[in-house]
Design a protein around this ligand. Structure first.
Ligand SMILES: [Zn+2]
Length: 270
């Protein structure tokens, strides 16, 4: 089996996880900028983090022969302080030219607040000005439907944004249709306790088909499983999906979306 982990917070994981992922067939990992589990106190904390994502972590992954890419932003959980957000967004352009940066993400909403919306609009503007792909985080549980609607409205309001260059992550049964109908890609996040279980993800694929959908583990510092994607691939096989159809979802789909950024190249492609 080969697969892409298109959304993994590897700075939170051990090198054993890298070893397990590569052993299971992982061909590339992409790491969106995320909350650290605590609020950073200044923009310089983000500068260090962006250095970690663009320099240190690719080196750590390379020890296992695994290409590592990343996305940059200030995440929604730290977007209440709009002054800090402005400072962080101002320093992102100096990192956008780095060879493994794929775009702006994971931006979005957490509590659907006014300040979060303002910071989301600032990120969308940043992505449009620099012609970047966008990766969007949608809120959890009861806030997800409303938050997804608000996010789709922000994206549609900016005429510079091409829907096929935006992936809306953490979709579930009640949000996947609207995301696809807006022309975006959708990501299903496979979590053991919240978000989507492997069985639910395969149900969604059975209902909505596999076009413009990917799966990820999001493996972060919380309860999460770095091998969730290959395990869900096994669940797909168990339920009758062919090896070729599984490959399309866990490998070819992420490659298709991510290749819209010319920097996303896998070794065998030269
Ligand atoms: Zn994430």
């Amino acid at each position: 089996m080969r697969y892409i982990e298109p959304h993994g917070h590897m700075v939170s994981r051990t090198t054993d996880d890298y070893l397990d992922m590569v052993t299971a067939g992982c061909a590339a990992v992409c790491e969106p900028a995320f909350w650290a589990g605590f609020d950073r106190g200044s923009a310089s904390g983000f500068r260090d983090y962006f250095g970690q994502l663009t320099e240190h972590e690719p080196r750590r992954a390379a020890r296992y022969g695994l290409p590592h890419f990343c996305w940059l932003c200030i995440n929604p959980k730290e977007s209440e302080d709009t002054r800090l957000a402005e400072d962080v967004i101002a320093l992102i352009p100096e990192f956008l030219g780095r060879p493994t940066v794929l775009g702006i993400g994971e931006i979005g909403l957490n509590k659907n607040s006014r300040n979060e919306l303002r910071v989301l609009e600032m990120h969308v503007d940043l992505a449009a000005r620099h012609d970047q792909l966008i990766l969007v985080h949608t809120p959890h549980l009861e806030d997800k439907l409303k938050g997804t609607r608000l996010i789709l409205d922000v994206l549609r309001a900016d005429s510079r944004i091409r829907p096929e260059r935006v992936l809306i992550d953490h979709v579930e049964e009640h949000t996947v249709r609207m995301v696809l109908d807006h022309g975006h890609w959708g990501g299903m996040t496979l979590y053991p306790i919240s978000k989507c279980t492997p069985a639910r993800a395969v149900d969604i694929l059975d209902v909505y088909g596999s076009d413009r959908l990917w799966m990820n583990s999001a493996c972060d510092w919380g309860e999460s499983v770095p091998l969730a994607v290959p395990r869900t691939a096994l669940e797909m096989r168990r339920r009758g999906w062919s090896a070729a159809a599984v490959d399309r979802v866990v490998y070819q789909n992420p490659v298709r979306f991510l290749s819209q950024c010319p920097k996303f190249r896998l070794p065998e492609e030269g």
